[in-house]
Design a binder for this molecule. Structure first.
Ligand code: AMP
Ligand code: ZN
Length: 473
C-alpha cells in the first residue's frame, strides 16, 4: 500500500510555461490526454534541431502512456502560405530550396509531399510514435476562415484591403504566455520604430489572413478576398478541430513561445471564449558546435547526415536524453559518437541477460520518479546504467529494462527481436514484444493470434531460445 507521500512523489509533474512553475499534471478527461505539437514546415529537410523538439514530445507522450494515460497526439504539417517567409529583417524572402524546385518544374504540392515523406521516415527511424493524425494546413483553410469570421464578428479582428488583422489591444490577456504584454510591446516597438505593414491599426497586430500578391503560388478564395492564412491561425484551427476548444498539452520549441503560441492563444480564446491549453511545454534549442544552426555556416544537419557518417538515428535519440529538455543542448559529432558507444554497450549487456522475470521494484520506482519529475531523462538514463551494473539477477534487470524501453524507445532488445538492418516497422516490433510478454505469461493462445496478425503485416515471428527472430515474408 502506497503512502500519500509516495503517491505524490511519483505523480507526473511538468513545467508549464504559462505559469512558469512545475505543476502536478491533471488531465481534463482522464485517462485521456490530448497533445498538440507544432509540426514541421515541409519545404525543406527537417533538421536535428527540429527533431530534438519532436523527440521531447515523444517521450512526453511515452511517459504519459507509462503512467496509464491514453494519449491522442496531433502533429500538424505546415504546407501552406510560407512559400515566402520572413527573413531576419522581417522582409519577405523566397526560400532558395523552393526557388530551385520551382525552376525544375515542381509544384508547391510536389515539394511539400517530398519533404513530408522524408520527415515521416526520419520519425520512424527515431522511434517517434506515430501521431493519431497529421493534419495538413492546406486541407484546413475552411476551418481557419471559420475562426477568422468569428473574430471579425466579435470585433477582435479587422479587415483592410483584403488582409485581416487580429486587434491585439482588444484581447486583454495578451502576453500571458510570453510575458510580452501590450505595454512592454508598445515600448519595444516604439524604441525600434518598426511598422512594416502600414495598414495595421497598431504595429502589435498580427495577420490572420493576407491578401495574395499576383505571383503567390498557393492562394484561396475567402469572404475577405483571394489570399492565404497567416501562420499562427493554422495551429488554432487544427488543434481545436481535433482536440476541442480546451485541451491538455501543447508543445513546441522555445522559439515558438512568442509570437506563435502567444498569438495562437489570442485567436483561439478570442474565438471560443474558453481557456485554450492547460499545459504549455517548450523544448530548449539545439546548437551545433555551440553555435546556432544556419545554412550559411553549413551546420544544419539532418538525420541522413548522421547516418551517412555511420551513426544510428537512435544514437541521436539517446544523445537527446543526456540533456534535460528545457536546457539548450550542444550537438557535436564527438558527443554523438559517445552516445552510439553507450547505446552499443547497453545493447551488448542486454544480449547476455537471462529471460526477463520479476523486475527490480527499487529501480522501477526510481525510474518512474525521474521521468515523472518534469521528464528528467538524464537522471532516468543514470538509473538505467546503475541497474545494469547492479548485483540484481540479469532476469530482473531484463524485466525492468524491457519496461523502461517503452519510454526510452531505444530498441534495447533488438538483438532478441531481429536485426535493425531488417528495418522492421515500429508497430510490428511492438507486437513482437507484446507477444513475447504473452508467451512469458504462458498465454499461448493469445500469442498465436498475435503471430497471425504479425504474419498479415508481412513478417514471420520465429521463436528462438531467448527471444524472437523476425523474417520478412
Ligand atoms: P519550424 O519548421 O521552423 O516551424 O520548426 C519546427 C519545430 O522545431 C518548432 O517546434 C521549433 O521550435 C523547433 N526548432 C526549430 N529549430 C530548432 C533548434 N535549433 N533546436 C530545437 N528546436 C528547434
Ligand atoms: Zn504551431
Amino acid at each position: 500500500m502506497k503512502t500519500i507521500r509516495e503517491w505524490r512523489d511519483n505523480m507526473l509533474r511538468l513545467y508549464n510555461t504559462l505559469t512558469r512553475t512545475i505543476e502536478d499534471f491533471k488531465p481534463i478527461n482522464p485517462p485521456n490526454v490530448g497533445i498538440y505539437t507544432c509540426g514541421p514546415t515541409v519545404y525543406r529537410e527537417v533538421h536535428i534541431g527540429n527533431f530534438r523538439t519532436y523527440l521531447m514530445a515523444d517521450y512526453l507522450r511515452r511517459t504519459l502512456e507509462y503512467n496509464g494515460f491514453e494519449v491522442t497526439h496531433i502533429r500538424n504539417i505546415t504546407d501552406v502560405g510560407h512559400m515566402r517567409r520572413l527573413d531576419q529583417e522581417n522582409r519577405e524572402a523566397i526560400d532558395p530550396v523552393i526557388e530551385e524546385a520551382l525552376k525544375v518544374g515542381k509544384t508547391p504540392q510536389d515539394i511539400a509531399k517530398h519533404y513530408t515523406d522524408l520527415y515521416l521516415k526520419d520519425e520512424e527511424k527515431l522511434n517517434i510514435k506515430k501521431a493519431a493524425k497529421y493534419p495538413k494546413a492546406s486541407e484546413h483553410v475552411k476551418e481557419m476562415i471559420g475562426i477568422i469570421k468569428i473574430l471579425l464578428k466579435k470585433g477582435l479582428a479587422y479587415e483592410t484591403d483584403g488582409t485581416v488583422y487580429f486587434d491585439v489591444k482588444k484581447f486583454k490577456d495578451y502576453g500571458k504566455l510570453s510575458g510580452n504584454t501590450l505595454e512592454r510591446m508598445d515600448k519595444l516597438l516604439k524604441a525600434v520604430r518598426i511598422s512594416v505593414e502600414t495598414d495595421k491599426k497598431d504595429s502589435v497586430d498580427f495577420a490572420l489572413w493576407k491578401k495574395a500578391e499576383s505571383d503567390r503560388l498557393m492562394k484561396w478564395d475567402s469572404p475577405f478576398g483571394v489570399g492565404f492564412p497567416g501562420w499562427h491561425i493554422e495551429c488554432s484551427a487544427m488543434s481545436i478541430k481535433y482536440l476541442g476548444d480546451t485541451f491538455d498539452i501543447h508543445t513546441g520549441g522555445e522559439d515558438l513561445i512568442f509570437p506563435h503560441h502567444e498569438d495562437e492563444i489570442a485567436q483561439s480564446e478570442g474565438a471560443s471564449g474558453q481557456h485554450f491549453v492547460n499545459y504549455w511545454l517548450h523544448g530548449g534549442y539545439l546548437l551545433v558546435d555551440s553555435e546556432k544552426m544556419s545554412r550559411s555556416k553549413g551546420n544544419v544537419y539532418t538525420i541522413s547526415d548522421l547516418e551517412n557518417k555511420g551513426y544510428e538515428p537512435l544514437a541521436f535519440r539517446y544523445l537527446t536524453f543526456m540533456t534535460h529538455y528545457r536546457t539548450k543542448m550542444n550537438f557535436t559529432y564527438h558527443a554523438l559518437h559517445g552516445a552510439q558507444t553507450a547505446l552499443n554497450r547497453l545493447r551488448a549487456d542486454v544480449k547476455n541477460f537471462d529471460k526477463p522475470k520479476i523486475g527490480c521494484a527499487e529501480f522501477e520506482q526510481r525510474f518512474l520518479k525521474a521521468i515523472n519529475n518534469d521528464l528528467n531523462m538524464p537522471e532516468a538514463l543514470g538509473i538505467v546504467w546503475e541497474l545494469v551494473r547492479s548485483d540484481y539477477p540479469s532476469s530482473a534487470k531484463a524485466e525492468s529494462l524491457l519496461k523502461f524501453d517503452n519510454v526510452l524507445g531505444l530498441d534495447l532488445f533488438q538483438s532478441q527481436v531481429g536485426s535493425r538492418k531488417l528495418q522492421v516497422p515500429q508497430n510490428v516490433m511492438e507486437m513482437v514484444r507484446e507477444r513475447e510478454e504473452l508467451r512469458r505469461q504462458k498465454r499461448y493462445h493469445l500469442a498465436d493470434q498475435l503471430r497471425n496478425k504479425i504474419k498479415k503485416m508481412g513478417y514471420n515471428a520465429i521463436d528462438k531460445g531467448k527471444g524472437t527472430e523476425i523474417k520478412k515474408i
